[in-house]
Design a binder for this molecule. Structure first.
Ligand code: ZN
Ligand code: ZN
Ligand code: ZN
Length: 474
């Protein structure tokens, strides 16, 4: 059965069966929010700058409905750019060719449904979650560095780089380092790159300069050592206007054979700026971005690695990656989510032996998006710390706190009746509301909570999932 392709020029859409694709070209204004309902986005590939701008915006967006969207490049040569090649899902030379990629895009859309995406605690963790989700939906397990002339770091990881402006592109290596330290990737050496110690750009102009004044403007000539009289000087001391022979300026004898009566022991450089003469240059790398003269020994060396997803990485691809160790370290008084879960497992084992009551409390910041957008990244950390210390002040020191995401906080209250846990939780919510009210005059935080008693007949994994996804009470 062949389905017809129809094009709606006024809306910029391409219809194939029930599927609607959005077509973006430089002649149309780009509204990404609109792209949420589409089966995919077709980007005109004739103007590379346009294609880069649009694709970077799509992949750099934080909404899964947008950043995971299948992208096709139509016409032109933008698809040949190594940077874009890793970000797109296919190339078309006519709208009719959608039929050729239909199955491939269908499988991407199918795999997107497997994902259980979470809001991560930090921007870095959020980007790692996105990267894993992108790789999972594209069935990619290897991440190869791309050498790219438009990259500020010379080598880049395009998907990660979509999140950073040109000047901050070097941050991609820190993100990948965190992902590796978390055990999500294995790595092997690929190459090494050097960057400016002032601005991190790798666009450097290496040159030999005068050790006295740093000017690269020098002329170089052979140094001659005349054996009979031991005179040493530049070759220009030995030349004359009358013939092309060499004559010694000290003893006035003609030089005969190199190696017999004279030698060229090295090269002499004369600076054209300060007239300094010297035998060894210094090497400086002038940064093309910020113009800083870097002594080469002070350049920042970065190992460029090739990454392979680990089993843990594959798991995190589907289930999300909530925080980096750095995030948690900075929030004193919390434990890592994995640690928390293990602890719940032990508590369930313990409950099988005893007849106690232990509870897990979930507190959700309903308007977390608004909340975090009001606060700078650093202030977020400070505020989360204060939130934790408010919670800490209401619970016992043996109770554990963890962040499942930046909007979901879990507290384990062991050996305590459920109704007492509920009363404490209500107190905590009140404290948190007051804390936010005092810090943000025109912002009301929406908090919801739920207390569930651990059931020793169900697994920890199941109960944690139930708690996190539970309908919560105001
Ligand atoms: Zn620089
Ligand atoms: Zn000089
Ligand atoms: Zn001589």
């Amino acid at each position: 059965m062949s389905r017809a392709i129809t094009i709606d020029n006024s809306k910029g859409t391409v219809h194939f069966g029930e599927l609607v694709y959005l077509y973006l070209s430089p002649n149309r204004s780009v509204v990404l929010e609109r792209s949420m309902d589409y089966a995919g986005i077709i980007v005109d590939g004739k103007n590379h700058h346009f294609a880069r701008m649009v694709i970077q915006r799509i992949r750099g967006n934080f909404k899964p409905e947008i950043y995971l969207k299948p992208i096709l490049i139509l016409n032109g040569t933008a698809h040949r750019e190594p940077f874009l090649r890793t970000l797109i899902d296919g190339t078309l030379f006519s709208f009719e060719q959608i039929t050729l990629v239909h199955d491939h895009l269908g499988s991407i859309r199918q795999r997107i449904k497997d994902l259980n995406l979470i809001h991560s605690l930090s921007v870095e963790a959020q980007i790692i979650t996105k990267l894993l989700a992108f790789m999972y939906t594209r069935e990619v397990k290897e991440l190869e560095p791309i050498s790219y002339v438009y990259s500020n770091t010379n080598y880049t990881f395009p998907f990660v780089a979509c999140h950073y402006p040109f000047d901050d592109e070097h941050t991609i290596f820190e993100v990948m380092k965190i992902a590796q330290e978390e055990g999500l990737f294995n790595s092997e050496f690929f190459d090494r790159t050097y960057s400016c110690s002032n601005c991190h750009s790798s666009h450097l102009n290496y040159r030999e300069v005068c050790p006295k004044c740093q000017s690269p403007n020098a002329i170089s000539e052979d140094l001659i050592h005349h054996f009979p009289c031991a005179y040493v000087g530049p070759i220009s001391d030995f030349t004359n206007q009358l013939d092309d022979q060499l004559d010694c300026p000290k003893c006035s004898r003609r030089l005969r054979h190199i190696g017999v009566d004279y030698d060229k022991p090295s090269i002499l450089h004369t600076c054209q700026k300060c007239t300094n003469t010297f035998q060894d240059f210094n090497v400086y790398a002038k940064c093309i971005s910020c113009l800083y003269e870097n002594p080469v020994e002070l350049l920042i060396a970065t190992d460029i690695l090739r990454y392979t997803l680990t089993k843990k990485g594959e798991y995190a691809a589907i289930n999300g990656f909530s925080s980096t160790p750095k995030d948690i370290e900075q929030i004193i008084g919390t434990v890592k989510y994995d640690t928390f879960k293990t602890m719940v497992k032990y508590e369930i084992e313990r409950l099988k032996q005893t007849d106690g009551s232990s509870n897990i409390v979930v507190i959700k910041i309903v308007n977390a998006g608004d909340f975090y957008s009001k606060v700078s990244h650093d202030a977020q950390k400070v505020l989360l710390k204060e939130i934790v210390s408010e919670i800490r002040s209401s619970i016992r020191s043996s109770d554990m706190i963890t962040f499942h995401s930046s909007s979901t906080i879990l507290i384990a209250m062991n050996e305590i009746p459920k109704r007492i846990s509920e009363r404490i939780t209500a107190e905590i919510l009140q404290l948190l509301r007051t804390l936010i009210e005092n810090n943000f005059k025109d912002f009301t935080i929406q908090l919801e909570s739920n207390v569930s008693q651990l059931n020793y007949q169900l697994s920890a994994d199941l109960q944690m999932d139930m708690v996190i996804n539970a309908e919560v009470n105001e």
